[in-house]
Each structure stands twice: as structure tokens, then as C-alpha cells.
Design a protein around this ligand. Structure first.
Ligand SMILES: C[S@@+](CC[C@H](N)C(=O)[O-])C[C@H]1O[C@@H](n2cnc3c(N)ncnc32)[C@H](O)[C@@H]1O
Length: 387
């Protein structure tokens, strides 16, 4: 029997989109090997992270999370704002960074870098009523997050400058007119130095590189990361009071650049790290808390010179810091034990959160034996005291 109704060709089943791994510093592998040899917790965590990268359910989870953040509606924005207020309270509970800053219980002077939506400012005003906050954050027109604080009704308490923090070239030692004419962003650099005359008890550096910000190819992932970090460190160190407190978002403690920053800040302050489970549990992100920052010291002045140079090289030449294997080994000889001391608790939190995550559990349900064994190992080593 013939028929002229032909059934449509069968579409091949569409496979779900996979995550693209962000570029990593090549010499991170030297640190990873070093840490794996010395910390069974870190070693198990690296394998568990890898299982996450290999899991299709993990891809779906992380892509959904990114999609929600990039296309947030008002309800999602409010949720994120509330979560940041909660994170601030948890951070203070764990470290007393806010309740102990300045001269308690007096109000604080606060500089909130990359402030939007403003949860940290809100939480700080709850913990230290009467505090005054200055903030800088990326304009929404450039892809920045929306500020959810009542700025108009509280103009005497909060003052927010909407600007890309990496473009204050004069602040970073390069007057705008000296930026070469052929630089793609020539017209966007400014001489204005934000809040230059003010000094602060507490400075937040909470920048997160945004996918929603349009940047030319000259601002690739690794270049922009050091531009953001250097810009925050320079503005923060230039304005924090002697003895002040600084809180900085960082990620991938096993990357040489991250270790270098921690070591620098550690050399002029009392450093701890803390990882919020709810927002950053499954990722390698954490906060560095620096108390009693000796901002007037010669070491701090040297750091200003160092980070000006890093900003300049990244901005003008598109160069990010790279280490040779030998330099990384030297860094670890000097500071490796301290990395383990500071990192262990953050690794414990990440391992425990990954172990409980829906996507790792999904792999276990699928009888994925290697992942099952890994989860067992993580459970065991997470209970061991490593330091
Ligand atoms: C993790 S959110 C900060 C959350 C904030 N601390 C809070 O408590 O609500 C990261 C922020 O970095 C900002 N940001 C990213 N790149 C920036 C840039 N180049 N200049 C200024 N702000 C930037 C984003 O707009 C976003 O507001």
C-alpha cells in the first residue's frame, strides 16, 4: 500500500547545552598538584568538582543559575538582595567583620565597591545603625545590577556613584589624556577620583565579572579579572583608615593570582577567609576578610605601586600576570602552608555542598560508581582535622 502522506523525518534528539569552562591560569596545575599531595580533602574536592563538570545535570543546574542571574525579573532581584543581606549577617556572625569594625558601637564610614543590589549596605546599616555609606557600582545601561536601596529617601546616609570601577585611570596613575588615542575605550577613562578625600572604617570589594556587561575582545576573561581586582584593591587601600577592615570576594584559591593577592593583603593585615554556603557553596568563591589593615605602612604603599602597574599592563597591553613553574614553586615554599590553613574550611564547605547537590545525587542515583566512591571519600576526609 502506498500513501502520499510521508511521515516527517525524525529529528535527532537534541542534547542539552553544555557549559563552557572559563579560561584558567596555566600554572594553577602546579598549585593543584601541591595541594593534592598535602590535603586529602582538597584532593577529593578536585575530583568531585570534576564529576560536577562531567555531569549533564550539573550543566543544566549551572546554566539555569546563570540564566536566572542574567535575565532577572523584579522578584528574582528582590530575592538576591535579601540573600545578600542574609550573607552579610552570616559573614558578621562568623567573623565579626562588621560588628567589630571601627570603634564599636559607633556608626561606621563604609565604602561599598560594586554595591548593587545593595544587600551588604542594608545589612551593615542594620548592624551598625547611623553608619554612612558611599558606593560605586556599574550602571544598568552598561549591564550592571539594579540598586534596590532607597537612595533618594536616604541621601544623607547613602551616596552611590554609577560608574565602571575599572575606568578611573587617573586614580590608577594614568591621566586620561595619556591613554593612547587608538585604545578602544579611550573616551571612557576618567580623571575623576571617587571619594578621594574620604577615609573609611570598612570597605567591601564585591565585584563579580558580569556576562551582561559588553566588553571588547581586549577585555577578555583573565585580563578583565585582574583589572577588576586591581581597581578594587587600589581604591580600597587608598581610602581605608589605618586599622580598617576590608572584605573582598575572590575565587579559585588554587590560582597563583589569587594566592598572590591573599599573600599581599595578609602582609598588611590580619586575614581570615569565609565561604557562604548558600550563595557560593557549590562554587570556588569565598570572601577574604582583612582586619587591622595597615594602610599607612610602607608595605601598603608598595602594594599600591604593584597594583597600579598590574592595572596599567592589563588595560594598555592586554597582559595579565603569569608565573613560571619555578615562581609558583617559590610562592608555595613561602606561603603554601598558609594557603592550606586558610583554604581548608572553604574546601570543607564546598565538598559538603557539592556532595548534597541535586546533580551529584543524580549521578549517584544513576549508579555512577566512581562518583559514589568519591562521595564516600569526601564524607570521610571532611570529618578529618587537617590543620
Ligand atoms: C556579587 S554582586 C555585589 C552584591 C552586593 N555586594 C550586595 O550586597 O548586594 C557584584 C556587583 O559587581 C558589580 N560590577 C561588576 N563589574 C563592575 C564594574 N566593572 N564596575 C562596577 N561594578 C561592577 C555588578 O554590577 C554587581 O552589582
Amino acid at each position: 500500500m502506498s500513501s502520499d502522506i510521508t511521515s516527517p523525518p525524525k529529528k535527532p534528539a537534541e542534547s542539552p547545552p553544555r557549559r563552557v569552562r572559563p579560561p584558567r591560569e596555566p600554572e594553577a596545575s602546579v598549585v593543584i598538584d601541591y595541594l593534592k599531595q598535602r590535603s586529602s580533602l582538597f584532593s577529593a574536592l578536585v575530583d568531585l568538582r570534576e564529576a560536577g563538570w562531567n555531569s549533564a545535570a550539573g550543566d543544566t543546574y549551572f546554566l539555569d543559575r546563570e540564566n536566572n542571574a542574567d535575565n532577572a525579573d523584579d522578584a528574582t532581584r528582590k530575592k538576591f538582595f535579601k540573600m545578600m543581606v542574609t550573607v552579610l549577617h552570616q559573614l558578621d556572625k562568623a567573623t565579626s567583620a562588621i560588628s567589630g569594625a571601627g570603634s564599636p558601637p559607633s556608626p561606621l564610614t563604609v565604602l561599598d565597591l560594586c554595591l548593587a543590589p545593595g544587600g551588604f549596605t542594608q545589612g551593615t546599616l542594620q548592624l551598625r545603625p547611623g553608619s554612612r555609606v558611599k558606593g560605586i557600582t556599574l550602571p544598568m545601561a552598561e549591564g550592571g545590577h539594579k540598586v534596590l536601596l532607597n537612595l533618594r529617601g536616604n541621601a544623607d546616609v547613602m551616596n552611590v556613584l554609577f560608574h565602571d570601577i575599572t575606568m578611573f585611570s587617573n586614580e590608577f596613575g594614568l591621566p586620561a589624556k595619556l591613554v593612547p588615542e587608538d585604545h578602544p575605550d579611550k573616551a571612557r577613562f576618567v580623571d575623576f577620583r571617587p571619594f578621594a578625600m574620604l577615609r573609611f572604617d570598612l570597605v567591601f570589594c564585591d565585584a563579580q565579572m558580569l556576562r551582561t556587561q559588553e566588553r571588547g575582545e581586549h577585555r577578555g576573561h583573565l585580563v578583565e579579572r585582574i583589572r577588576l581586582r586591581a581597581s578594587q584593591i587600589l581604591i580600597a587601600l587608598g581610602r581605608i583608615k589605618q586599622g580598617g577592615t576590608m572584605v573582598m570576594l575572590l575565587n579559585h584559591m588554587e590560582a597563583p593570582q589569587c594566592i598572590d593577592i591573599i599573600r599581599d593583603i595578609d602582609s598588611i593585615s590580619e586575614v581570615t577567609v569565609w565561604k557562604p554556603e548558600k550563595i557560593w557553596g557549590v562554587k570556588s568563591t569565598f570572601y577574604l576578610i582583612a582586619k587591622k589593615v595597615r594602610s599607612a605602612s610602607d608595605e601598603a604603599k608598595k602594594l599600591l605601586e604593584k597594583y597600579r602597574e598590574l592595572w596599567r599592563k592589563a588595560t594598555l597591553d592586554g597582559v595579565y600576570p603569569e608565573w613560571t613553574e619555578k615562581e609558583v614553586e617559590e610562592m608555595l615554599k613561602d606561603y603554601g602552608d598558609r594557603v592550606i590553613q586558610l583554604g581548608t574550611e572553604t574546601w570543607r564547605v564546598q565538598a559538603a555542598t557539592l556532595k548534597r547537590s541535586a546533580f551529584i545525587r543524580r549521578e549517584m542515583d544513576k549508579e555512577n560508581q566512581p562518583v559514589r566512591e568519591l562521595v564516600d571519600v569526601v564524607g570521610r576526609v571532611a570529618l578529618e582535622k587537617e590543620i
